[in-house]
Design a protein around this ligand. Structure first.
Ligand code: UD1
Ligand code: CA
Length: 486
Protein backbone atom coordinates (compact mmCIF):
# COMPACT_ATOMS: atom_id res chain seq x y z
CA UNK A 1 0.00 0.00 0.00
CA UNK A 2 1.11 3.49 -0.75
CA UNK A 3 1.85 5.73 2.19
CA UNK A 4 -0.33 8.88 2.23
CA UNK A 5 1.77 11.85 1.24
CA UNK A 6 2.79 14.13 4.07
CA UNK A 7 0.96 17.43 3.94
CA UNK A 8 3.12 20.37 3.05
CA UNK A 9 3.93 22.66 5.96
CA UNK A 10 2.27 25.56 4.17
CA UNK A 11 -1.03 23.66 3.73
CA UNK A 12 -1.01 22.68 7.43
CA UNK A 13 -0.61 26.29 8.54
CA UNK A 14 -3.39 27.40 6.19
CA UNK A 15 -5.74 24.81 7.70
CA UNK A 16 -4.95 25.84 11.25
CA UNK A 17 -5.52 29.51 10.58
CA UNK A 18 -8.92 28.79 8.98
CA UNK A 19 -10.14 26.94 12.04
CA UNK A 20 -12.05 29.34 14.33
CA UNK A 21 -9.94 29.85 17.44
CA UNK A 22 -11.27 28.12 20.56
CA UNK A 23 -13.27 30.48 22.80
CA UNK A 24 -11.56 31.61 25.97
CA UNK A 25 -13.68 30.36 28.86
CA UNK A 26 -13.28 31.36 32.52
CA UNK A 27 -15.01 29.95 35.57
CA UNK A 28 -16.25 32.29 38.29
CA UNK A 29 -17.38 30.83 41.60
CA UNK A 30 -19.65 32.98 43.76
CA UNK A 31 -18.46 32.49 47.32
CA UNK A 32 -18.65 35.87 49.03
CA UNK A 33 -21.91 35.46 50.95
CA UNK A 34 -22.18 35.22 54.72
CA UNK A 35 -24.66 32.38 54.89
CA UNK A 36 -27.04 34.07 57.31
CA UNK A 37 -29.33 31.02 57.41
CA UNK A 38 -26.55 28.89 58.97
CA UNK A 39 -26.34 31.19 62.02
CA UNK A 40 -22.60 30.63 62.14
CA UNK A 41 -19.32 32.42 62.85
CA UNK A 42 -17.79 30.38 60.05
CA UNK A 43 -18.44 31.67 56.51
CA UNK A 44 -20.89 29.47 54.62
CA UNK A 45 -18.51 28.17 51.96
CA UNK A 46 -16.10 26.89 54.65
CA UNK A 47 -18.73 24.63 56.23
CA UNK A 48 -17.71 21.05 55.55
CA UNK A 49 -19.56 18.23 53.82
CA UNK A 50 -17.90 14.92 53.05
CA UNK A 51 -14.87 16.10 55.04
CA UNK A 52 -14.15 19.18 52.91
CA UNK A 53 -15.37 22.79 52.73
CA UNK A 54 -18.30 23.40 50.36
CA UNK A 55 -16.16 25.66 48.21
CA UNK A 56 -13.39 23.08 47.88
CA UNK A 57 -15.81 20.63 46.29
CA UNK A 58 -16.88 23.24 43.74
CA UNK A 59 -13.25 24.22 43.02
CA UNK A 60 -12.30 20.57 42.53
CA UNK A 61 -15.08 20.13 39.97
CA UNK A 62 -14.01 23.37 38.25
CA UNK A 63 -10.37 22.22 38.09
CA UNK A 64 -11.45 19.24 36.00
CA UNK A 65 -12.92 21.65 33.44
CA UNK A 66 -10.39 24.54 33.35
CA UNK A 67 -6.86 25.27 34.60
CA UNK A 68 -6.51 27.01 37.96
CA UNK A 69 -5.35 30.19 36.21
CA UNK A 70 -8.81 30.53 34.57
CA UNK A 71 -10.78 29.95 37.77
CA UNK A 72 -11.85 32.95 39.89
CA UNK A 73 -13.35 32.51 43.34
CA UNK A 74 -15.31 35.62 44.29
CA UNK A 75 -14.88 36.00 48.04
CA UNK A 76 -15.99 38.69 50.49
CA UNK A 77 -17.36 37.76 53.90
CA UNK A 78 -14.31 36.68 55.99
CA UNK A 79 -12.33 36.79 52.74
CA UNK A 80 -8.96 36.26 54.42
CA UNK A 81 -10.15 33.11 56.12
CA UNK A 82 -11.67 31.71 52.93
CA UNK A 83 -8.54 32.54 50.93
CA UNK A 84 -6.26 30.91 53.51
CA UNK A 85 -8.34 27.73 53.50
CA UNK A 86 -8.34 27.39 49.71
CA UNK A 87 -5.11 28.96 48.55
CA UNK A 88 -3.64 25.48 48.08
CA UNK A 89 -5.98 24.86 45.14
CA UNK A 90 -4.10 27.48 43.10
CA UNK A 91 -7.22 29.32 41.86
CA UNK A 92 -7.41 33.11 41.67
CA UNK A 93 -9.42 35.25 44.04
CA UNK A 94 -11.57 38.32 43.40
CA UNK A 95 -12.68 40.44 46.34
CA UNK A 96 -16.33 41.49 46.68
CA UNK A 97 -15.77 43.68 49.72
CA UNK A 98 -19.45 44.47 50.21
CA UNK A 99 -21.90 41.71 49.37
CA UNK A 100 -24.76 43.30 47.47
CA UNK A 101 -26.08 40.21 45.73
CA UNK A 102 -25.15 37.59 43.14
CA UNK A 103 -25.39 40.17 40.32
CA UNK A 104 -23.02 42.45 42.22
CA UNK A 105 -20.57 39.54 42.66
CA UNK A 106 -20.20 39.43 38.88
CA UNK A 107 -20.02 43.23 38.65
CA UNK A 108 -16.85 43.24 40.76
CA UNK A 109 -15.30 40.51 38.57
CA UNK A 110 -15.57 42.67 35.44
CA UNK A 111 -11.84 43.44 35.13
CA UNK A 112 -10.76 39.90 35.96
CA UNK A 113 -13.00 38.47 33.24
CA UNK A 114 -12.32 41.11 30.58
CA UNK A 115 -10.00 38.87 28.57
CA UNK A 116 -12.48 35.99 28.15
CA UNK A 117 -15.25 35.22 25.67
CA UNK A 118 -17.47 33.26 28.06
CA UNK A 119 -17.72 32.72 31.78
CA UNK A 120 -19.16 29.71 33.55
CA UNK A 121 -20.68 30.88 36.84
CA UNK A 122 -20.86 28.38 39.70
CA UNK A 123 -22.34 28.68 43.21
CA UNK A 124 -19.78 28.12 45.94
CA UNK A 125 -22.45 26.57 48.19
CA UNK A 126 -23.62 23.83 45.80
CA UNK A 127 -20.90 21.16 46.10
CA UNK A 128 -22.44 18.21 44.26
CA UNK A 129 -22.01 19.62 40.78
CA UNK A 130 -19.96 17.34 38.52
CA UNK A 131 -17.40 18.29 35.87
CA UNK A 132 -19.51 16.44 33.28
CA UNK A 133 -22.53 18.64 33.95
CA UNK A 134 -20.43 21.82 33.85
CA UNK A 135 -18.96 20.79 30.51
CA UNK A 136 -22.36 19.84 29.15
CA UNK A 137 -23.76 23.24 30.17
CA UNK A 138 -20.82 25.02 28.52
CA UNK A 139 -21.15 23.04 25.30
CA UNK A 140 -24.92 23.60 25.19
CA UNK A 141 -24.33 27.35 25.63
CA UNK A 142 -21.75 27.45 22.83
CA UNK A 143 -23.90 25.36 20.48
CA UNK A 144 -26.99 27.53 21.13
CA UNK A 145 -24.92 30.71 20.68
CA UNK A 146 -26.73 32.10 23.70
CA UNK A 147 -25.98 35.23 25.70
CA UNK A 148 -26.99 33.44 28.91
CA UNK A 149 -27.54 29.75 29.57
CA UNK A 150 -28.76 28.51 32.89
CA UNK A 151 -28.77 25.05 34.35
CA UNK A 152 -32.22 24.07 35.55
CA UNK A 153 -33.62 21.03 37.30
CA UNK A 154 -37.03 19.66 38.23
CA UNK A 155 -37.25 19.36 42.00
CA UNK A 156 -40.00 17.54 43.89
CA UNK A 157 -39.85 20.34 46.45
CA UNK A 158 -38.76 23.56 44.71
CA UNK A 159 -39.40 25.78 47.76
CA UNK A 160 -36.72 28.43 48.25
CA UNK A 161 -35.29 28.25 44.74
CA UNK A 162 -35.75 30.66 41.84
CA UNK A 163 -38.26 29.34 39.25
CA UNK A 164 -37.63 29.23 35.51
CA UNK A 165 -40.27 30.90 33.32
CA UNK A 166 -39.95 29.43 29.83
CA UNK A 167 -41.34 30.97 26.68
CA UNK A 168 -43.18 27.70 26.13
CA UNK A 169 -42.90 24.30 27.74
CA UNK A 170 -41.09 22.85 24.69
CA UNK A 171 -38.68 25.67 23.99
CA UNK A 172 -35.20 26.11 25.44
CA UNK A 173 -35.79 29.87 25.55
CA UNK A 174 -36.26 31.47 28.94
CA UNK A 175 -38.36 34.56 29.67
CA UNK A 176 -37.23 35.20 33.23
CA UNK A 177 -36.23 33.72 36.55
CA UNK A 178 -38.50 34.59 39.43
CA UNK A 179 -37.19 34.34 42.98
CA UNK A 180 -39.29 32.52 45.60
CA UNK A 181 -40.11 35.71 47.49
CA UNK A 182 -41.42 37.48 44.39
CA UNK A 183 -43.23 34.48 42.89
CA UNK A 184 -47.00 34.46 42.46
CA UNK A 185 -48.93 31.42 43.76
CA UNK A 186 -49.09 30.08 40.19
CA UNK A 187 -45.33 30.58 39.69
CA UNK A 188 -44.61 28.86 42.99
CA UNK A 189 -46.18 25.72 41.50
CA UNK A 190 -43.43 25.57 38.84
CA UNK A 191 -41.07 22.73 39.69
CA UNK A 192 -38.32 23.72 37.28
CA UNK A 193 -35.79 25.64 39.35
CA UNK A 194 -32.74 27.77 38.62
CA UNK A 195 -29.71 25.88 39.92
CA UNK A 196 -27.48 28.93 40.30
CA UNK A 197 -25.09 27.62 37.60
CA UNK A 198 -24.83 29.61 34.39
CA UNK A 199 -22.74 30.36 31.32
CA UNK A 200 -22.65 33.92 30.00
CA UNK A 201 -21.15 35.55 26.97
CA UNK A 202 -18.79 37.99 28.67
CA UNK A 203 -19.51 40.72 26.16
CA UNK A 204 -23.29 40.41 26.55
CA UNK A 205 -23.17 40.15 30.32
CA UNK A 206 -20.99 43.20 30.89
CA UNK A 207 -22.78 45.08 28.10
CA UNK A 208 -25.96 44.90 30.18
CA UNK A 209 -25.09 44.12 33.80
CA UNK A 210 -25.47 47.79 34.79
CA UNK A 211 -29.16 47.51 33.92
CA UNK A 212 -29.73 45.35 37.02
CA UNK A 213 -31.64 47.08 39.79
CA UNK A 214 -32.02 46.50 43.51
CA UNK A 215 -35.79 46.78 43.34
CA UNK A 216 -36.55 43.52 45.19
CA UNK A 217 -37.28 42.30 48.74
CA UNK A 218 -33.56 42.05 49.65
CA UNK A 219 -32.50 45.27 47.89
CA UNK A 220 -29.77 43.29 46.15
CA UNK A 221 -28.51 42.97 42.58
CA UNK A 222 -29.82 39.57 41.49
CA UNK A 223 -27.82 37.76 38.82
CA UNK A 224 -31.07 35.95 38.01
CA UNK A 225 -32.52 39.23 36.70
CA UNK A 226 -29.98 39.08 33.87
CA UNK A 227 -32.40 36.71 32.12
CA UNK A 228 -35.01 39.43 31.79
CA UNK A 229 -32.44 42.16 31.12
CA UNK A 230 -30.89 40.21 28.25
CA UNK A 231 -34.31 39.23 26.84
CA UNK A 232 -35.26 42.89 26.77
CA UNK A 233 -32.06 43.57 24.84
CA UNK A 234 -33.17 40.84 22.36
CA UNK A 235 -30.37 38.46 23.39
CA UNK A 236 -30.79 34.72 23.57
CA UNK A 237 -31.40 33.24 27.03
CA UNK A 238 -31.79 29.47 27.27
CA UNK A 239 -31.99 26.76 29.90
CA UNK A 240 -30.58 23.25 29.88
CA UNK A 241 -32.29 20.91 32.29
CA UNK A 242 -30.14 18.32 34.05
CA UNK A 243 -31.36 14.77 34.51
CA UNK A 244 -29.59 14.67 37.90
CA UNK A 245 -31.38 17.19 40.10
CA UNK A 246 -29.36 15.96 43.11
CA UNK A 247 -26.31 17.76 41.70
CA UNK A 248 -27.74 21.22 42.16
CA UNK A 249 -28.63 21.04 45.85
CA UNK A 250 -27.29 23.99 47.86
CA UNK A 251 -26.21 24.03 51.49
CA UNK A 252 -28.08 27.06 52.79
CA UNK A 253 -29.16 25.58 56.12
CA UNK A 254 -27.65 23.08 58.56
CA UNK A 255 -30.33 20.58 57.56
CA UNK A 256 -29.39 20.94 53.88
CA UNK A 257 -25.71 20.52 54.80
CA UNK A 258 -26.56 17.28 56.63
CA UNK A 259 -28.44 15.99 53.56
CA UNK A 260 -25.51 16.79 51.28
CA UNK A 261 -23.01 15.24 53.70
CA UNK A 262 -25.11 12.07 53.86
CA UNK A 263 -25.29 11.94 50.07
CA UNK A 264 -21.48 12.26 49.75
CA UNK A 265 -20.78 9.67 52.47
CA UNK A 266 -23.15 7.16 50.91
CA UNK A 267 -21.65 7.74 47.47
CA UNK A 268 -18.18 7.06 48.89
CA UNK A 269 -19.36 3.94 50.73
CA UNK A 270 -21.08 2.68 47.58
CA UNK A 271 -17.92 3.22 45.56
CA UNK A 272 -15.84 1.27 48.11
CA UNK A 273 -18.40 -1.55 48.16
CA UNK A 274 -18.35 -1.66 44.36
CA UNK A 275 -14.57 -2.02 44.65
CA UNK A 276 -14.92 -5.06 46.92
CA UNK A 277 -14.99 -3.68 50.47
CA UNK A 278 -17.62 -4.97 52.92
CA UNK A 279 -19.27 -2.22 54.94
CA UNK A 280 -21.89 -3.16 57.50
CA UNK A 281 -24.51 -0.47 58.01
CA UNK A 282 -22.74 2.03 55.74
CA UNK A 283 -25.07 4.84 56.83
CA UNK A 284 -23.32 4.82 60.22
CA UNK A 285 -19.78 5.14 58.81
CA UNK A 286 -18.00 8.40 58.04
CA UNK A 287 -15.48 7.91 55.25
CA UNK A 288 -13.66 10.86 53.67
CA UNK A 289 -13.37 11.16 49.92
CA UNK A 290 -9.62 10.48 49.66
CA UNK A 291 -9.62 7.32 51.81
CA UNK A 292 -8.55 4.13 50.01
CA UNK A 293 -9.49 0.62 51.13
CA UNK A 294 -8.44 -2.60 49.37
CA UNK A 295 -10.93 -5.40 48.54
CA UNK A 296 -12.06 -7.97 51.13
CA UNK A 297 -11.51 -5.64 54.04
CA UNK A 298 -14.46 -5.47 56.43
CA UNK A 299 -15.64 -2.22 57.99
CA UNK A 300 -17.99 -2.64 60.91
CA UNK A 301 -20.70 -0.12 61.90
CA UNK A 302 -19.79 3.28 63.37
CA UNK A 303 -16.28 3.57 61.98
CA UNK A 304 -14.69 6.83 60.86
CA UNK A 305 -11.95 6.71 58.21
CA UNK A 306 -10.62 10.21 57.70
CA UNK A 307 -8.14 12.24 55.68
CA UNK A 308 -5.60 10.26 53.70
CA UNK A 309 -6.11 6.93 55.42
CA UNK A 310 -5.13 3.87 53.37
CA UNK A 311 -6.12 0.33 54.36
CA UNK A 312 -4.87 -2.92 52.83
CA UNK A 313 -6.70 -6.10 51.95
CA UNK A 314 -8.39 -8.62 54.31
CA UNK A 315 -8.32 -6.24 57.30
CA UNK A 316 -11.13 -5.89 59.80
CA UNK A 317 -11.90 -2.52 61.31
CA UNK A 318 -14.24 -2.89 64.26
CA UNK A 319 -16.88 -0.52 65.53
CA UNK A 320 -16.14 2.86 67.10
CA UNK A 321 -12.66 3.20 65.66
CA UNK A 322 -11.59 6.64 64.40
CA UNK A 323 -8.66 6.49 62.01
CA UNK A 324 -7.09 9.59 60.49
CA UNK A 325 -4.21 9.90 58.00
CA UNK A 326 -2.96 6.41 58.77
CA UNK A 327 -1.51 3.72 56.54
CA UNK A 328 -2.57 0.19 57.37
CA UNK A 329 -1.09 -2.94 55.74
CA UNK A 330 -2.84 -6.19 54.81
CA UNK A 331 -4.68 -8.51 57.22
CA UNK A 332 -4.55 -6.08 60.12
CA UNK A 333 -7.13 -6.54 62.87
CA UNK A 334 -8.43 -3.41 64.54
CA UNK A 335 -10.62 -4.30 67.47
CA UNK A 336 -13.34 -1.96 68.76
CA UNK A 337 -12.72 1.57 69.90
CA UNK A 338 -9.25 2.36 68.53
CA UNK A 339 -8.11 5.90 67.77
CA UNK A 340 -5.15 6.51 65.51
CA UNK A 341 -3.69 9.35 63.51
CA UNK A 342 -0.65 9.89 61.30
CA UNK A 343 0.60 6.39 61.99
CA UNK A 344 1.69 3.30 60.06
CA UNK A 345 0.69 -0.26 60.77
CA UNK A 346 2.31 -3.21 59.05
CA UNK A 347 0.66 -6.42 57.89
CA UNK A 348 -1.04 -8.76 60.35
CA UNK A 349 -0.72 -6.45 63.36
CA UNK A 350 -3.49 -6.64 65.95
CA UNK A 351 -4.69 -3.50 67.69
CA UNK A 352 -7.17 -2.82 70.45
CA UNK A 353 -9.67 -2.86 71.85
CA UNK A 354 -9.17 0.76 72.91
CA UNK A 355 -5.68 1.46 71.64
CA UNK A 356 -4.65 5.07 71.08
CA UNK A 357 -1.98 5.59 68.42
CA UNK A 358 -0.85 9.20 68.30
CA UNK A 359 1.17 10.68 65.42
CA UNK A 360 4.36 8.91 64.43
CA UNK A 361 3.47 5.45 65.71
CA UNK A 362 4.93 2.71 63.55
CA UNK A 363 3.64 -0.72 64.43
CA UNK A 364 5.61 -3.60 62.93
CA UNK A 365 4.46 -6.73 61.17
CA UNK A 366 2.37 -9.00 63.38
CA UNK A 367 2.87 -6.77 66.44
CA UNK A 368 0.15 -6.45 69.09
CA UNK A 369 -0.99 -3.28 70.78
CA UNK A 370 -3.68 -3.97 73.32
CA UNK A 371 -6.27 -2.25 75.48
CA UNK A 372 -5.56 1.12 77.01
CA UNK A 373 -2.17 1.35 75.39
CA UNK A 374 -1.13 4.81 74.21
CA UNK A 375 1.73 5.26 71.77
CA UNK A 376 3.39 8.35 70.31
CA UNK A 377 6.36 8.61 67.94
CA UNK A 378 7.50 5.03 68.41
CA UNK A 379 8.68 2.07 66.42
CA UNK A 380 7.37 -1.24 67.68
CA UNK A 381 9.26 -4.04 65.93
CA UNK A 382 8.03 -7.15 64.18
CA UNK A 383 6.14 -9.53 66.48
CA UNK A 384 6.50 -7.33 69.57
CA UNK A 385 3.67 -7.03 72.07
CA UNK A 386 2.39 -4.27 74.33
CA UNK A 387 -0.93 -5.68 75.36
CA UNK A 388 -2.19 -3.84 78.42
CA UNK A 389 -2.34 -0.42 80.08
CA UNK A 390 0.89 1.04 78.79
CA UNK A 391 2.37 4.35 77.60
CA UNK A 392 5.11 4.18 74.99
CA UNK A 393 6.41 7.55 73.75
CA UNK A 394 9.59 8.50 71.86
CA UNK A 395 10.73 4.89 71.89
CA UNK A 396 12.47 2.54 69.52
CA UNK A 397 11.46 -1.00 70.32
CA UNK A 398 12.98 -3.94 68.46
CA UNK A 399 11.51 -7.23 67.31
CA UNK A 400 9.93 -9.88 69.58
CA UNK A 401 9.90 -7.63 72.63
CA UNK A 402 7.39 -8.27 75.38
CA UNK A 403 6.25 -5.07 77.05
CA UNK A 404 4.49 -6.04 80.28
CA UNK A 405 1.23 -4.61 81.55
CA UNK A 406 1.48 -1.10 82.94
CA UNK A 407 4.89 -0.27 81.46
CA UNK A 408 5.61 3.45 81.16
CA UNK A 409 8.33 5.19 79.19
CA UNK A 410 9.11 8.35 81.16
CA UNK A 411 10.04 10.40 78.11
CA UNK A 412 9.53 13.95 79.40
CA UNK A 413 11.53 15.71 82.11
CA UNK A 414 9.35 18.80 82.08
CA UNK A 415 11.50 20.54 79.49
CA UNK A 416 12.77 18.03 76.97
CA UNK A 417 11.70 14.74 75.43
CA UNK A 418 14.12 11.81 75.68
CA UNK A 419 14.34 8.51 73.92
CA UNK A 420 13.96 4.96 75.18
CA UNK A 421 15.62 2.17 73.23
CA UNK A 422 14.56 -1.42 73.81
CA UNK A 423 16.47 -3.90 71.67
CA UNK A 424 15.31 -7.19 70.11
CA UNK A 425 14.03 -9.95 72.34
CA UNK A 426 13.83 -7.91 75.56
CA UNK A 427 11.33 -8.91 78.24
CA UNK A 428 9.99 -5.98 80.24
CA UNK A 429 8.16 -7.13 83.37
CA UNK A 430 4.83 -5.57 84.31
CA UNK A 431 4.57 -2.19 86.01
CA UNK A 432 8.05 -1.04 85.01
CA UNK A 433 9.04 2.54 84.43
CA UNK A 434 11.83 3.28 81.98
CA UNK A 435 13.28 6.72 82.68
CA UNK A 436 14.62 8.10 79.39
CA UNK A 437 17.19 8.49 78.01
CA UNK A 438 17.80 4.82 78.58
CA UNK A 439 18.67 1.69 76.62
CA UNK A 440 17.81 -1.93 77.38
CA UNK A 441 20.20 -4.22 75.48
CA UNK A 442 19.36 -7.24 73.34
CA UNK A 443 17.64 -10.11 75.10
CA UNK A 444 17.79 -8.46 78.55
CA UNK A 445 15.19 -8.92 81.28
CA UNK A 446 13.66 -6.13 83.30
CA UNK A 447 12.16 -7.47 86.50
CA UNK A 448 8.53 -6.62 87.19
CA UNK A 449 7.88 -3.29 88.96
CA UNK A 450 11.36 -1.97 88.19
CA UNK A 451 12.28 1.67 87.82
CA UNK A 452 15.02 1.63 85.20
CA UNK A 453 17.25 4.71 85.21
CA UNK A 454 20.48 3.23 83.86
CA UNK A 455 21.24 1.33 80.66
CA UNK A 456 20.86 -2.45 80.86
CA UNK A 457 23.53 -4.47 79.01
CA UNK A 458 22.65 -7.22 76.50
CA UNK A 459 21.40 -10.41 78.11
CA UNK A 460 21.36 -8.95 81.67
CA UNK A 461 18.66 -8.92 84.32
CA UNK A 462 17.85 -5.51 85.78
CA UNK A 463 16.07 -5.24 89.10
CA UNK A 464 15.14 -1.67 89.86
CA UNK A 465 13.16 -1.94 93.06
CA UNK A 466 13.72 -2.18 96.83
CA UNK A 467 13.97 -5.64 98.32
CA UNK A 468 10.82 -6.87 99.99
CA UNK A 469 10.73 -6.80 103.80
CA UNK A 470 8.54 -9.28 105.68
CA UNK A 471 7.60 -8.69 109.34
CA UNK A 472 6.22 -11.98 110.67
CA UNK A 473 3.03 -11.69 112.77
CA UNK A 474 2.87 -7.89 112.44
CA UNK A 475 -0.71 -7.68 111.13
CA UNK A 476 -2.07 -10.21 113.60
CA UNK A 477 -0.56 -8.31 116.57
CA UNK A 478 -1.99 -5.01 115.30
CA UNK A 479 -5.50 -6.47 115.17
CA UNK A 480 -5.26 -7.82 118.70
CA UNK A 481 -4.01 -4.44 119.96
CA UNK A 482 -6.90 -2.59 118.30
CA UNK A 483 -9.45 -5.01 119.82
CA UNK A 484 -8.08 -4.42 123.33
CA UNK A 485 -8.24 -0.62 122.92
CA UNK A 486 -11.96 -0.55 122.13
C1 UD1 B 1 -29.65 31.66 44.28
C2 UD1 B 1 -30.50 32.16 43.12
C3 UD1 B 1 -31.73 31.27 42.98
C4 UD1 B 1 -31.31 29.83 42.81
C5 UD1 B 1 -30.38 29.39 43.95
C6 UD1 B 1 -29.81 28.03 43.64
C7 UD1 B 1 -30.14 34.58 43.11
C8 UD1 B 1 -30.72 35.92 43.37
N1 UD1 B 1 -30.91 33.53 43.37
O1 UD1 B 1 -30.41 31.81 45.49
O2 UD1 B 1 -32.50 31.67 41.84
O3 UD1 B 1 -32.47 29.00 42.76
O4 UD1 B 1 -29.28 30.31 44.06
O5 UD1 B 1 -29.02 27.55 44.68
O6 UD1 B 1 -29.04 34.53 42.62
N2 UD1 B 1 -22.93 35.32 46.90
C9 UD1 B 1 -21.87 36.18 46.62
N3 UD1 B 1 -22.06 37.52 46.79
C10 UD1 B 1 -23.24 38.05 47.20
C11 UD1 B 1 -24.32 37.17 47.45
C12 UD1 B 1 -24.14 35.80 47.29
O7 UD1 B 1 -20.79 35.75 46.25
O8 UD1 B 1 -23.32 39.29 47.32
C13 UD1 B 1 -22.72 33.87 46.74
C14 UD1 B 1 -23.04 33.07 47.98
O9 UD1 B 1 -21.89 32.94 48.82
C15 UD1 B 1 -23.48 31.74 47.42
C16 UD1 B 1 -24.02 32.09 46.04
O10 UD1 B 1 -23.57 33.39 45.75
O11 UD1 B 1 -22.39 30.85 47.29
C17 UD1 B 1 -25.55 32.05 45.98
O12 UD1 B 1 -26.06 32.97 46.94
P1 UD1 B 1 -27.26 32.56 47.92
O13 UD1 B 1 -27.52 33.70 48.82
O14 UD1 B 1 -27.02 31.24 48.50
O15 UD1 B 1 -28.46 32.49 46.84
P2 UD1 B 1 -29.77 31.63 46.97
O16 UD1 B 1 -30.70 32.28 47.90
O17 UD1 B 1 -29.43 30.21 47.22
CA1 CA C 1 -27.60 29.08 47.90
Amino acid sequence: MKKPKAKSARRKIAEVSHRPSAPRVAIAIMAAGKGTRLKSQLPKVLHEVGGKPLLEHVIRAALRVAPASDIYAIIGHEAQRVRAALQHTGVRFVLQAEQRGTGHALMVARDALAGYDHVIVLSGDAPLITPQTIEHLRDFHLAEKAAMTLLSADLANPTGYGRVLRKSARSADVEAIVEEKAASPAEKKIREINSGFYVFSVENMYGHIDELSTDNPHSEYYLTDMAEVLRRAKKRVVAWKTENPGEVLGGNTRAELADIDHFLRMAKARQLMADGVTIYYPATCVIDADVAVAPDTIIEPYVQLLGNTRIGTRCRVSSYSVIRDTEIGDEVTIRPGCMMSESRIEARAILGPYSHLRPGSEIGEGAHVGNFVETKKIKLGKGSKANHLTYLGDAEIGANVNVGAGTITCNYDGMHKHKTIIEDGVFVGSDSTLVAPVRVGKGAYVAAASCITDDVPDGALALGRARQIVKEGWAKEKRVKRANES
